[in-house]
Design a protein around this ligand. Structure first.
Ligand code: FAD
Ligand code: MLT
Ligand code: ZN
Length: 466
């Protein structure tokens, strides 16, 4: 059973049936075939399948001006708007109730020229992460944000969730890549600040405010992104470790030794076996715990890495790849965790951060508390070791059973961690927001939302519980 959303809970939206005049006005703005009123399941269901919305309509504007007109119309008709990009979010962040409208940004997929002098690119919100990677790579540059959903996650969605991914430890999250923004506010006004000046201290940083706003303040329609030099040599190393303690120790040593470490991913034998079985991926060697490291530099680091591991008495097995195929094979073991787990059912997913030094104890306590709650549940833990960002995926509880969520998020609070590291709060975690943010902070966030979205029409089922 999934979590189904009923009537709009924003209080203020009580028209379940959208008026024919409203629908016709939308068609005039975006064109008839870009107003969808049936077969909306692919827009209404979240990627995990745990959250099912019931949007009354999906509208697909093709320009910033069309987004502005759509928002102005929705505001006039008191219709709630749920922005949606690639719908790869994992926290039920695009759940629309009956009477609410999903505004899909997929048609806003322009890609500006790669500006090698400024090392920047301007893109439409509907462009995918992968499209930006390809554009940058073709000019000897790279876009720093990268993760498994790169092929369908949109730039607008990654800004709205301040997406993290595998390279945060070296280059930061999406927020650190955005140097300009264009967005449409709930009343249809367009905010445009896309010059990409590297120094520009002229008041509040609107781009940064919209990063992580999860569609609750407005719709990002375009962004200007910083790009980085593309290093000539990439080395991917898979290490077999005996414990989480050993992983933390190795990561700390490697980070002190190499400033060229892009990624450090932790996963366990159970997850690796699941991926190997689900997608016929070869596991180079057996180990209880795996650490996947990736380095990029303009020199070949393989021998330096080998020397460092020897000098730090690392005694485990390892596999090294520097060619595209070999590196992809190693990365699949980690990146396919999400999909492999979903082949076994609808997981409860937790995306949490604790201090890196607390990881071993946090993981042990989390496993223990879950098994005390229900020994029938299957737990997979994996994630971004250097950030302290772990993904805890649990198969077994029903979609609506919140006991597990309470148990896991309470452990996070005991470790003074964050209940959402990179996926956002969405509708899935909003009940537990106060475990990570103070009442004063939540009140301030609501005051900001109230100032920008006085009608409460922007993504009302997300971020705040009431
Ligand atoms: P959607 O899912 O469409 O929307 C996400 C949220 O953003 C919603 O609240 C929506 O209302 C809002 N939104 C979308 N577009 C806009 C816009 N233009 N303006 C305003 N609000 C908007 N995430 C990570 O951070 N790190 C990972 O490592 C990672 N790995 C993943 C691996 C897999 C296999 C999958 C399926 C997902 C993964 N994700 C990861 C989660 C997801 O890809 C990110 O949250 C991504 O940012 C969502 O982008 P999207 O375009 O799909 O947004
Ligand atoms: C990942 O790092 O694989 C993602 O955040 C997805 C997940 O949590 O499943
Ligand atoms: Zn992740």
């Amino acid at each position: 059973m999934q979590v189904r959303l009923g009537r709009g809970n924003s209080g203020y939206l009580d028209q379940v049936n959208l008026s024919p005049e409203f629908v016709e006005a939308l068609r005039i703005i975006v064109g008839g075939n870009n107003v969808l009123t049936e077969d909306l399941a692919s827009y209404g269901t979240d990627w995990t399948g745990r959250f099912i919305g019931s949007p009354s309509l999906v509208v697909r504007p093709g320009s910033t001006s069309e987004v502005s007109q759509v928002m102005h119309l929705c505001s006039k008709h008191n219709i709630a708007v749920v922005p949606q990009g690639g719908n790869t979010g994992l926290v039920g962040g695009t759940l629309a109730s009956e009477g609410q409208v999903i505004v899909s940004t997929r048609r806003l997929n322009s890609l500006g020229p790669v500006e090698t002098a400024s090392q920047q690119i301007s893109v439409g919100a509907g462009a995918t992460v992968e499209q930006v990677h390809e554009a940058a790579d073709s000019h000897g540059l790279r876009y720093a944000v990268d993760f498994g959903a790169r092929g369908s996650a949109t730039i607008g969605g990654t800004i709205a969730t301040n997406a993290g991914g595998i390279n945060v430890l070296r280059f930061g999250s999406t927020r650190h890549q955005v140097v300009g923004i264009e967005a449409v506010l709930p009343n249809g006004e367009v905010i445009e600040h896309m010059a990409g000046l590297m120094k520009d201290n002229t008041g509040y940083d609107i781009a940064s405010l919209l990063c992580g706003s999860e569609g609750t303040l407005g719709i990002v329609t375009a962004a200007r992104l910083r790009l980085l030099p593309l290093h000539t040599s990439r080395t991917t190393v898979l290490l077999g470790c005996n414990s989480t303690d050993e992983v933390v120790h190795v990561v700390q040593g490697v980070r002190q030794q190499f400033d060229s470490l892009d990624a450090a991913e932790l996963f366990y034998a159970d997850g690796a076996n699941l991926v190997a079985e689900a997608f016929n991926v070869v596991i180079p060697f057996v180990a209880p715990v795996y650490l996947l490291l990736e380095f990029s530099a303009d020199v070949d680091l393989a021998s330096d890495i080998e020397r460092h591991l020897a000098q730090s008495n690392f005694a485990g097995l390892s596999a090294v790849a520097q060619d595209e195929l070999g590196r992809t094979r190693l990365w699949r073991l980690r990146e396919e965790h999400t999909a492999a787990i979903s082949t076994h059912g609808v997981p409860h997913k937790f995306d949490v951060t604790v201090a890196v030094s607390d990881l071993p104890e946090f993981i042990e306590k989390t496993r223990q508390r879950i098994s005390e709650t229900n020994t029938d549940w299957t737990v997979f833990i994996f994630g971004h070791a250097a950030d302290g960002n772990m993904h805890v995926n649990v198969l077994g509880p029903s979609a609506t059973d919140e006991l597990l969520d309470e148990v896991v998020l309470q452990v996070v609070a005991e470790f003074k961690g964050s209940i959402s590291a990179e996926h956002g709060i969405g509708s899935a975690k909003k009940k537990w927001l106060s475990l990570s943010r103070s009442q004063n902070e939540i009140a301030l966030m609501k005051a900001i939302k109230g100032a920008i979205d006085p009608q409460g029409m922007m993504n009302p089922n997300t971020l705040f519980a009431n």
